[in-house]
Design a protein. Structure first.
Length: 154
């Protein structure tokens, strides 16, 4: 059993994130959000998020980065504007153990008519464990009776 398996309480100021992010996010979460501006997101790693080395799986950290950056984009463009991830680049800096509280923060760095560029970090006790950058695309809303274009299914 890992020496880091003790479960930390969710820090004061964080509540469950209620921004709809799909059923996959429900399966890997819960994700928490702070009441600060800019928002910080929080995640309590569990044993189910681990790999054979008793660290949190890199795919889970990438999923968390996608959520943190994507939800930051959604908050920036407005929750009524549908967006999808176009690209996500992640650099792993350090490992995380089950039981660790991970915080994420992101900043939109540039927007165009259809693209949003964003950067962010995941941290453990103030130390960066993953750095990420990505691009999100704003989707056009289909009018009554219209269908999505293939381009909108990024």
């Amino acid at each position: 059993m890992s020496q880091h398996s003790s479960r930390r309480p969710v820090p004061v100021g964080f509540t469950p994130c209620r921004i709809a992010d799909g059923r996959f996010a429900e399966a890997v979460g819960p994700l928490f959000v702070s009441d600060t501006d800019p928002a910080h997101f929080g995640f309590l790693a569990e044993a189910r998020h681990g790999n054979v080395r008793e660290t949190v799986h890199g795919g889970m950290l990438m999923t968390l980065a996608d959520q943190v950056l994507g939800l930051t984009v959604m908050r920036t463009v407005g929750l009524e504007t549908p967006v999808v991830t176009v690209s996500l680049h992640c650099d792993f800096v350090s490992s995380v153990k089950p039981g660790d509280w991970i915080e994420g923060e992101a900043t939109v760095t540039r927007t165009t008519a259809s693209l949003i560029f964003v950067r962010g970090d995941l941290s453990l006790d103030g130390r960066v464990v993953l750095s990420a950058a990505g691009v999100w695309k704003k989707l056009r809303r289909a009018g009554p009776g219209a269908t999505e274009t293939r381009e909108d299914k990024a």
